[in-house]
Ligand binder design. Structure first.
Ligand SMILES: Cc1ncc(COP(=O)(O)O)c(C=O)c1O
Length: 463
């Protein structure tokens, strides 16, 4: 590598915005070491960059990208982008999108922030040398114990810590399960409609992927029995179907468990927001009825605590422990220890239970408020049935199929609603509408003033 290559790298990084005005460039010595070249080579590149005004030398403070540099937008717009692929672009936009009615985010304004900071400080200050060693691939044992206790009490799941694997999110949980258990030819059944990211992951990973429709009682088990008796895995969201929020009825729960036992199939229960059920009876998990041990339970702290924690877990049947342990040793490397310790203290101190209780009643009232505001303004165009739980609501279009066009309009007003049709992999059962989060709307007035923004354009679209 010569000085010209180093020069080119800087020019590209600066023009593409990866290196911004005012940011520090690495020291000549460090960069030379990093690239395995002589100091002189880096020095020559820096001299030219300084001469051209891209970098400035600030003596002991080191070398910076010139803070006064104005990047030519035309260059940046034409610079090759990693996101030129339209499908990838769509997915990235969806994950990173922020705005009013954003989906699946807890009420961040009501999070017990001070308590969390207190516990974070405590954990950081008490860090030991041992805490710097490799973390366990199954997860921090005290956290696994705390989760097992929580699941026993709150979700009716009879499990112990050795059945629990900590992962960094739902897709990681799913990948671990498939890695440990699925062979190339296995048939996997997913719900239709179903969780967008889960479906995308399965499309990449599973050759024999098929779908079972969902109706007002959850996934249609008669359909499954009739058409997919050869399936090895069924992935389902029984507490609040994603995205329709209906709960799987009790007869269907038993039918599904019996089917799995008879066919030696596995059920993957995605209980992503089962904690937020508002009818008087808290809904038990499917796993709590699983006398045959055919259910692999997948939970997450993204909804109960915060998505940026990136902490989720899998509860595996006892018979599968050695198989999972061996797989994890090969394909996993464990998660950062300190956040696991903070979370463990949060649960074992009782703060988690207290928080859940508060959120349950807050969500119930915020949901009602957003529902009422929405129906007041858009009731002519939509039906919005409220189910017994869930952290989002679905508005079904009474006529037509223009949910994507509508979402484009709403998103241009910073309203992050999503088109229901996006959750359907196939066209035949597709329904149209809006899927929206309500958890961060504080009052009916806030809801109304946000909903008013696209009112005129919405009417025009439907006229
Ligand atoms: C259906 C469903 N499953 C699982 C998750 C949890 O994902 P994660 O644990 O990766 O945040 C979500 C989050 O939006 C979801 O909607």
């Amino acid at each position: 590598m010569g000085y010209k290559d180093i020069y080119d790298r800087f020019i590209n990084a600066i023009h593409s915005g990866d290196l911004k005005p005012g940011e520090r460039a690495p020291s000549i010595r460090n960069l030379a070491q990093e690239l395995g070249v002589a100091k002189k080579t880096v020095e020559s590149a820096y001299d030219i960059l300084i001469g051209e005004g891209y970098l400035v030398s600030r003596g002991p403070k080191g070398t910076l990208v010139n803070p006064d540099l104005v990047i030519d937008a035309a260059y940046r717009d034409h610079a090759p982008s990693r996101l030129d692929d339209p499908d990838l672009r769509k997915i990235v936009d969806f994950r990173d999108a922020r705005g009013v009615f954003q989906l699946g985010i807890p009420s961040l304004d009501e999070f017990p922030y001070k308590k969390w900071l207190l516990l974070s400080g405590k954990v950081t200050r008490s860090m030991t040398y041992e805490d710097m060693n490799h973390p366990s691939v199954m997860g921090h044992l005290p956290l696994r114990q705390a989760i097992a206790n929580y699941l026993n009490i709150s979700r009716g799941i009879d499990c112990s810590a050795d059945q629990i694997f900590i992962t960094n999110g739902y897709n990681s949980s799913l990948r671990l399960i498939l890695e440990a258990m699925a062979s190339g030819a296995d048939k996997v059944i997913f719900e239709e409609p179903g969780y967008f990211f889960g479906q995308k992951l399965l499309e990449r990973r599973i050759q024999n992927l098929d779908y079972a429709p969902v109706d007002s009682e959850g996934v249609n088990v008669d359909f499954l029995v009739a058409h997919h008796s050869d399936a090895k895995f069924v992935i389902t969201t029984p507490s609040h179907q994603s995205p329709l929020t209906v709960s799987l009825s009790l007869p269907r729960r038993h039918q599904l468990l019996n089917w799995a036992q008879e066919n030696q199939a596995w059920i993957i229960e995605d209980d992503y927001d089962g904690e937020f059920h508002f009818s008087r009876k808290n809904i038990p998990s499917l796993k709590s009825l699983d006398v045959f041990d055919r259910v692999i339970y997948v939970g997450t702290f993204s909804k109960t605590i915060m998505p940026s924690l990136r902490t989720a877990y899998v509860v595996i049947p006892k018979a599968l422990i050695p198989q999972f342990y061996e797989t994890a040793e090969i394909v996993e490397t464990g998660l950062p220890l300190l956040p696991q310790k903070i979370l463990e203290l949060f649960i074992s101190s009782g703060a988690f239970f207290k928080h859940l209780k508060r959120m349950r009643s807050l969500y119930e009232s915020r949901r009602r408020m957003v529902h009422d505001a929405f129906m007041e303004m858009y009731g002519d165009y939509f039906d919005m049935p409220l189910q017994n739980g869930g952290m989002h609501i679905v508005a079904f279009l009474k006529h037509g199929a223009k949910d994507r066009e509508l979402c484009n309009i709403w998103q241009s007003h910073n309203l992050q609603v999503l088109p229901l049709s996006m959750w359907y992999a196939q066209k035949k059962h597709r329904k149209y509408g809006l899927v929206m989060g309500y958890t961060n709307i504080k009052s009916k007035e806030d809801a109304l003033s946000a909903l008013r923004l696209p009112y005129q354009q919405t009417r025009e679209l439907f006229s």
